[in-house]
Design a protein around this ligand. Sequence first.
Ligand code: ADP
Ligand code: MG
Length: 316
Amino acid sequence: MKLLEVKNLTIDFDGKKAVDSASFYLKPGEIVGLVGESGCGKSLTAFSILGINPPNSNLSGEILYKGSNLLSLSEEEKRKIRGNKISLIPQDPLSALNPVFTIGDQISEVLETHKAVSHADAILMSKNALESVNIPNPSQKLNDYPHQFSGGMRQRVLIAMALATEPDILIADEPTTALDVTIQLQILEIMKNLKNKGKAILLITHDLGVVAEVCDRVFVMYMGKIVEEAPVNDLFTNPRHPYTIGLLNSLPDDKKAVLEPISGCPPSLESIPLGCAFHPRCKHIQERCKNEVPLLYDVKDSQEHKSRCFLENPGD
Ligand SMILES: Nc1ncnc2c1ncn2[C@@H]1O[C@H](COP(=O)(O)OP(=O)(O)O)[C@@H](O)[C@H]1O
Ligand SMILES: [Mg+2]
């Protein structure tokens, strides 16, 4: 069963496409990675699932939650789902918490907004939420302010807040980026436990190491387009798209003395190349890549594996 299905999502600013016809889906009990360099459209995609879009953006496509299109719901109906059935852990934990309210007030407010619970019950549920992400002395911590928490603890508070309403879907936007390795692993452990409880998680990251650690399936994004999708093992053992291969080659590896970063930089939205957007950086460039956009072709002899590259289908 597909819990969430994003179909042909396009988000543009004055015709400049930051997300370009992206399609992907989540099933219960799986962690799906959305991977790509900074600026490729990951956060815009995450926010659009919650029905939040920059005012100067245009959006098209479908975002189906349990089969109904979130984009055609009223603001009020969207509010009932956002932060309740679908929660987001935002990219920046510090600015997401209000410095003048205690952690307990902030978590209980989410609960009182979405659930018909008394303040006393909301506080108790907030304590349980902190406990579920392994925050020590949760009763006491409820009365603390965000600045009294370390970066790792704040990230856990945001996860607790996102989970307090028991959402079906958790969207985590770069949840481990600012954290040291030990804390990263603890956060990933929390994600795995959620998955085992049947939650669907969209894990947004630029870090393929994190993907290898926890994801079941992966979507690789470049300049707003999905360029490769695969079960996680296939992506690492048989990467097909030259961009994915480039990302994998830039991963730190004990056996490689020197990293091989992808040459060049991602272009800006103002100057997305014609044809395959990756062609100026690609080692396998052919003439047609400069003016034809490749489709997402099925990878031969592989299940649920697709690559947006003419190498996959030379005869097309
Ligand atoms: N409000 C906005 N107005 C214009 N461009 C925007 C706006 N928000 C994001 N963008 C552009 O959209 C692209 C994707 O942004 P984003 O989704 O934040 O990338 P990521 O999360 O992958 O780093 C970037 O080029 C960014 O500059
Ligand atoms: Mg982002």
